[in-house]
Ligand binder design. Structure first.
Ligand code: X8Z
Ligand code: ZN
Length: 689
C-alpha cells in the first residue's frame, strides 16, 4: 500500500513538474540544441524585430495623431507585415530545444518569442482571430447612443427569445434568425443626427455627473445594447480560436497561456489570496458608500444591506467611484484638494507641466528625456486634425525616439497624468540597453505599477506644497487627510474587486466554455464587487462586451496586480528616502535613494523574473506581490470607516432571490429551470460565504 502510495505521489509530482515545465518554459519544443546557432538567430531577431517594431509603432503613431483613411491603411499594411514576421520568427524559435541551450538569457528570449504568440495556428485561423479582434474593436469604438429623453425607452418591453448556440457569424447579433427589434442599432435611415453620443466623453460624463437615476439607467443600458449583442457571437468564435492556439502551443487553454507571463506556478491561488487580503477594507468602503447612496436615491433603489445597483457608482463598469465623491465626502466643510485654480492663476501651460514632470524624475537622479521627445510628442490637442486623445507613452523601438500623446489641459488631473506618462518614458529610457525582447516591464503589471507609484507622490499635499501649488490654509489637517484618502480609496480600493473579477470570468470562459456567459459575469460581479445590474439581463446581452479589454484581447489581471504593487513599490521608495509618518503623506521628490531603487527595478526590464526584482527591491524581505502596503496606506481611513459603519447591520452585502433572478439563466425547458434554480441557490451560498 505504502509503495503504491509512494509511486502515486511520485507520478502526481512528475505530472506536476511536466505540466509546470510545459506551461512555463518549454512548450512544444523543437530539437535543435545548437547554442551558437540560437545566439545567431537571436541577434538577427533583435535587429529585425526592432526595425519591424519601429515601422509598426510609427504607423500607429501617425494614425492616432492624425486619423485619416490613408493613415489607417498604412497602419494595417504595417501590421500585416509584422504578423508575417511574427509567424516566421515563431517557427524558427520553436525549432530550438531551449531547455538544452547553455545561455540562460538566450533561453529566456526564445521563451518570450514562443510563449504569448498565436502563431501556432494554421494561416487561415491565425488571420481569422486577428480579423475577429479587429472587428470587435471596430464595433466597440463605433457604438453610439441617443441622448436621454429623445427616444422612448422602456426596460420592461419583452425580449425576443435567443438561442444559446453559436450562430453564423454573418448574422451578427441577429440570433435565432430573428432580429432584436428592440435592440436593433440605428441604420443610416433611422439614425438621426443627434444619436451620436459616444462612451468617451459624453456617456462617461453622464455616468460621472448625473444624479438622475433614470438617466443613469438609460445610458448604462443603451451602451450595452449597442455593444454586447453585436459582439457576443464573434467573442464565442474568438474563444474557440484562442483556445486552439493555446493548446497548439502547449498550454491547457488561452487563460493558461495568458497567465504564463507571470512565471508563477500557483498564480491563481496567489491572486485569490490577495483579493481576500483586501476584501475587509473593500467591504468597509462599500458599506459606507452604500449608506450614502441610500440617502441619495432611497431604499427602493438601494437596499440597506444589499448589493449596489451598478449604474449608481459614477462609472460605466462600477470600477472607479471617484466621481461620486460629492455624495460620500467624509468632511464636506473641509476642502478636497484640487490645485487646478492655483495652476491657472500661476499661468501653467501643458509644456510647463511636462517640464515639471521631467524635473520630478531628474530630481531623483533619473534620466532627462532626449530632445526627440520634445520634437515628436503631441502634448495638446491639435486644432486642424482628428486625433485619439487617450493619454499614452510611446517607445518607438530605436533607442532614441520616445513620445507622449496627451490632449493636456491645465488641471490637476492632467498634471498627475503627465507624471504618470513620464514614468513610462523613464522606464523605456532605463531599459533601453536591453535586447528588444526584454524591453518591457518585469511582468505585465510592472509598467503601470511603477508609473502609479510615482504619481502617489505627486498627488499628495506635502508634494504640492513643495512645488508651490498648495498653501496650507487653516483647515483641519485630519479632515483634509481623510478627504484625500477617500478620493484615493474611491479610485484604488473600489477598483480592486473589479480588476480581479474580469479575468476570473475570462479564465473561466476559456476553461469551462461559453455557456451562460452573461449570467456568469454577473454572478462574479455580485460575488466580488457586490453590484447587481439595474435591470434584468439575459444571455443575448453579453455585458462583458461593454468592457474594451475583453473584446480587444487584452489581459486585465495586470491592473489588479499593478494597483497592489504600486503601493508596495511606493512604500519601499518612501522607506529608503527616510520618510516617517503616514504613508499617504510621503513625497519622494528629490530623493536620490528612491531614484536608485526605481532605476534598479526599471533597468532590468523583463530580463529577470519579477520575483527576483521584488526580492532585490525589498532587500530580500519578500519575492512576492503583497497588498500589505496598500492596506497600511489606507489604515487611517479604514479606522474612520469602521467608526462610521459601527451601527450597520451588515458590513458587506447579502443577496436575495431578486438580486440573483436579475441575471440567472432563463430558458424555457424544465431542465433549464432546474439549472436556473441550482444557479440561484449556488449564487446565494457563494455570496453569503
Ligand atoms: O486601460 C487603461 C489605460 C491604458 S493602460 C487607459 N486602464 C484600465 C481601464 O481603463 O480599465 C487604466 C486603468 C485601468
Ligand atoms: Zn500607464
Amino acid at each position: 500500500m505504502d509503495a503504491f502510495k509512494g509511486t502515486a505521489v511520485r507520478l502526481v509530482f512528475f505530472a506536476f513538474l511536466t505540466r509546470y515545465a510545459l506551461s512555463q518554459e518549454y512548450f512544444r519544443m523543437g530539437v535543435n540544441t545548437n547554442t551558437a546557432e540560437a545566439s545567431q538567430f537571436l541577434r538577427e531577431y533583435d535587429r529585425e524585430a526592432s526595425g519591424m517594431c519601429y515601422r509598426v509603432t510609427m504607423s500607429q503613431w501617425k494614425f492616432v495623431t492624425n486619423i485619416t483613411e490613408y493613415n489607417r491603411r498604412r497602419m494595417l499594411e504595417e501590421l500585416a507585415l509584422s504578423s508575417k514576421f511574427e509567424r516566421l520568427s515563431w517557427r524558427k524559435a520553436a525549432a530550438y530545444d531551449s531547455s538544452r541551450l547553455s545561455d540562460p538569457q538566450g533561453r529566456r528570449q526564445l521563451m518570450k518569442i514562443v510563449q504569448a504568440s498565436r502563431a501556432a495556428l494554421p494561416d487561415d485561423k491565425y488571420s481569422e482571430i486577428q480579423q475577429l479582434i479587429s472587428e470587435m474593436k471596430e464595433i466597440y469604438n463605433s457604438a453610439k447612443i441617443c441622448p436621454y429623453g429623445q427616444k422612448p425607452y422602456d426596460p420592461h418591453i419583452p425580449r425576443i427569445p435567443y438561442s444559446n448556440e453559436y450562430q453564423d457569424m454573418n448574422q451578427g447579433y441577429q440570433l435565432a434568425n430573428q432580429p432584436y427589434q428592440h435592440y436593433q442599432p440605428y441604420t443610416e435611415s433611422t439614425e438621426s443626427t443627434y444619436c451620436d453620443m459616444q462612451l468617451d466623453p459624453e456617456i462617461s460624463r453622464i455616468l460621472a455627473h448625473s444624479r438622475i437615476e433614470s438617466e443613469l439607467l438609460y445610458v448604462w443600458k443603451s451602451f450595452r445594447d449597442q455593444t454586447g449583442p453585436k459582439l457576443r457571437n464573434r467573442f464565442m468564435r474568438y474563444v474557440t480560436l484562442a483556445n486552439q492556439a493555446a493548446v497548439a502551443t502547449g498550454y491547457r487553454d488561452a487563460g493558461d497561456q495568458m497567465r504564463a507571463a507571470y512565471e508563477d506556478p500557483s498564480f491563481r491561488a496567489s491572486v485569490e489570496e490577495m483579493y481576500n487580503q483586501i476584501q475587509p477594507l473593500y467591504k468597509q468602503l462599500f458599506t459606507y458608500v452604500r449608506r450614502k447612496l441610500v440617502q441619495r436615491y432611497g431604499v427602493t433603489s438601494v437596499r440597506s444591506d444589499g448589493p449596489i445597483p451598478a449604474h449608481l457608482l459614477g462609472n460605466m463598469w462600477a470600477q472607479n467611484w471617484k466621481s461620486i465623491m460629492d455624495l460620500v465626502m467624509p468632511f464636506p466643510q473641509s476642502p478636497n484638494v484640487d490645485v487646478t485654480a492655483e495652476m491657472l492663476r500661476q499661468g501653467f501651460t501643458p509644456l510647463r507641466m511636462f517640464q515639471m514632470a521631467e524635473e520630478f524624475y531628474t530630481s531623483m537622479g533619473l534620466k532627462p528625456v532626449p530632445p526627440e521627445f520634445w520634437r515628436g510628442s503631441m502634448l495638446v490637442r491639435p486644432a486642424q486634425r482628428s486625433v485619439q486623445c487617450t493619454a499614452s507613452a510611446w517607445d518607438l523601438c530605436n533607442r532614441i525616439d520616445y513620445r507622449i500623446k496627451q490632449c493636456t489641459e491645465v488641471t490637476m488631473q492632467d498634471l498627475v497624468s503627465t507624471h504618470h506618462e513620464m514614468a513610462h518614458i523613464q522606464y523605456y529610457l532605463q531599459y533601453s540597453e536591453q535586447p528588444q525582447l526584454f524591453r518591457d516591464g518585469a511582468n505585465p503589471a510592472f509598467h503601470e505599477a511603477v508609473a502609479n507609484a510615482a504619481t502617489l507622490s505627486v498627488y499628495n499635499l506635502p508634494h504640492l506644497q513643495r512645488v508651490g501649488l498648495y498653501q496650507n490654509k487653516s483647515h483641519d489637517p485630519y479632515e483634509v487627510g481623510m478627504n484625500f484618502l477617500m478620493t484615493m480609496a474611491l479610485e484604488k480600493v473600489a477598483y480592486l474587486p473589479f480588476a480581479f473579477m474580469v479575468d476570473q470570468w475570462r479564465w473561466s470562459i476559456f476553461e469551462d466554455g461559453v455557456q451562460n456567459m452573461n449570467s456568469r459575469w454577473w454572478q462574479m460581479k455580485l460575488r466580488y464587487q457586490g453590484v447587481t445590474p439595474p435591470v434584468a439581463r439575459h444571455e443575448g446581452d453579453f455585458d462583458p462586451g461593454s468592457k474594451y479589454h475583453i473584446i480587444s484581447d487584452q489581459e486585465y489581471i495586470k491592473y489588479f496586480l499593478a494597483t497592489i504593487l504600486e503601493f508596495q513599490i511606493f512604500e519601499q521608495l518612501c522607506s529608503v528616502s527616510g520618510h516617517t509618518g503616514h504613508l499617504y503623506e510621503c513625497d519622494v521628490y528629490r530623493s536620490r535613494d528612491a531614484g536608485r531603487v526605481l532605476s534598479e527595478i526599471m533597468q532590468a526590464g523583463s530580463s529577470k523574473p519579477a520575483s527576483e526584482i521584488i526580492k532585490s527591491m525589498t532587500r530580500g524581505k519578500t519575492n512576492r506581490i503583497s497588498p500589505e502596503a496598500l492596506v497600511r496606506y489606507f489604515r487611517p481611513l479604514e479606522l474612520w470607516l469602521r467608526v462610521q459603519n459601527r451601527d450597520e447591520p451588515l458590513i458587506g452585502w447579502s443577496s436575495n432571490y431578486h438580486d440573483v433572478a436579475l441575471f440567472a439563466p432563463q430558458r424555457g425547458s424544465s431542465q433549464a429551470l432546474t439549472t436556473s434554480c441550482l444557479f440561484i441557490a449556488l449564487s446565494l451560498i457563494c455570496t453569503v460565504l
